[in-house]
Structure formats: C-alpha cells, structure tokens
Design a binder for this molecule. Structure first.
Ligand code: DX5
Ligand code: ZN
Length: 229
C-alpha cells in the first residue's frame, strides 16, 4: 500500500508572537500537516502550547493538526485537544498508566491515535497496540526541545517499525502512518524515508530558514529520489 509522503511542520520553531500567520504561511509553502508540540515541564523539561492555542489556530488552516503530547498524565487533556480541533493525538507510553485506555479515549473523542517512541523506548510496546493505532512516531531526538541533532540509530528503529506497521496494514487493510520527529533536515530526509518513514516532522529546518517554500521544495526533491527495497 503506497502511502503519500507528508511533511509536518513543527510550529515549536515558528515565531510564537505571530503563530496564526506562521501556520498559514507554512501551509501555503507546502507543508501537509501542522505538528503541535505540547510540553508540560514534568514529563519533559520544557513548557509550550496548550489546547487554547490549538483552538486559536484552528480557523487559520484546514491542514490536519497533529498534536504530540509530551505530558503526564495524558488522559485529562485528551478531550480538551479534541474539542480544540486536533485531528490526530500522539502520546508517550511511559506517560500513560493505561496505554490501551488512552488509545481508546483518543478514538472516542473522534481523533486518530499515535504512540511515540523515545530513543531508548523499545518497540515492544507495539505488540499489543499496533492494531489499535493509526500512527507510530519514532523520536530521533530526546523530547523537549527543537533544534537538536538527529540520533543516527533511529534509522534502524524505523526499519524495524516499518516491518511491524506493514504487517499490521496487510492484516487489517487500514492505513497506519510511520512518523519521524527530531533533527529532520534537507540533508537527511531521503535516508529517513528510505528507512521507512512516511511522515516527516521538521521544525527548525523549516522555520529557521528564510524561505519556507524553498526548504519544503528541497525536501520534496529529496523525497522524489527515494528508493525503497
Ligand atoms: C521535540 C519535538 C519536535 C521538535 C522538532 O521534542 O517533539 O517536534 O519540534 O524540532 P526540530 O525539527 O528542530 O528537531
Ligand atoms: Zn514533536
């Protein structure tokens, strides 16, 4: 099943004083998805955006809002993000007391659900969850900050995750996305795609560059050359 490759702009690196404009500008420049990083200064050592910011941004775009929860506990905030216009909600298994229940909660609130793997988190968590998931997110940095360097062993993990995701898609006929988050640049996006990712979160690579359109076009040109086994 060929899944279109998608670029998800992480607005963590956008100009927060003009977030609505930034969202419109980056989608106009070719981003497929808005990646919305939620940090709580508890599960991760940083504090960012809450549901009211998601709600305020919703009228600025029809692009899917991909909410990445780096918060503990998880369940309390899920309905608030669904109400605020999130399309997709991902969470870290270490942050939820009952992973299966959290996945169900996200679905009950009308969103698709993703499970996020930190660099040292084993893919074993997929064993009893993959048939409920809509997305698997592999972290290629430790969560908490934009602008960090890509951890190379994430490529091996992506390959392993690709096999699990492909197996589940074949069994069920459902689409399950495989997303990568952290340190994605024009220079490494092709290798990341060849390792199996179909959704690429990019924050500083897009927002620190003067021309969003040129950066996204350069990423797409790299993706056009991808060869997969
Ligand atoms: C890190 C966040 C990422 C971050 C990516 O915890 O989850 O989404 O914004 O930023 P870059 O692309 O700059 O690594
Ligand atoms: Zn993220």
């Amino acid at each position: 099943m060929a899944i279109p490759l998608r670029i998800a702009a992480s607005i963590l690196s956008a100009d927060c004083a003009r977030l609505g404009d930034e969202v419109r500008k980056v989608v106009d420049a070719g981003a497929d998805v808005i990646h919305f990083d939620v940090m709580d200064n508890h599960y991760v050592p940083n504090l960012t955006l809450g549901p009211f910011v998601c709600e305020a941004l919703r009228p600025h775009t029809t692009a899917p809002m991909d909410v990445h929860l780096m918060v503990k506990p998880v369940d309390r905030i899920v309905p608030d993000f669904a109400k605020a216009g999130a399309n997709h909600i991902s969470f870290h298994p270490e942050a939820s007391e009952h992973v299966d229940r959290t996945i169900g909660l996200i679905h009950e609130h009308g969103c698709t659900a993703g499970l996020v793997f930190n660099p040292a988190t084993p893919l074993d968590w997929l064993m009893h969850t993959i048939d409920q998931l809509d997305l698997v997110l592999i972290m290629s940095v430790n969560p908490g900050f934009g602008g960090q360097s890509f951890i190379p062993h994430a490529l091996e993990k992506l390959k392993a995750a690709r096999k699990i995701v492909d197996g589940a898609m074949q069994r069920s006929g459902r689409t399950i996305h495989l997303e990568i988050d952290g340190g994605v640049k024009v220079g490494n996006i092709r290798a990341i795609a060849e390792a199996g990712a179909d959704t690429f979160v990019a924050g500083s690579a897009i927002f620190a560059a003067p021309d969003y359109r040129a950066t996204i076009a350069a990423m797409r040109a790299e993706l056009a050359q991808v060869t997969r086994p």
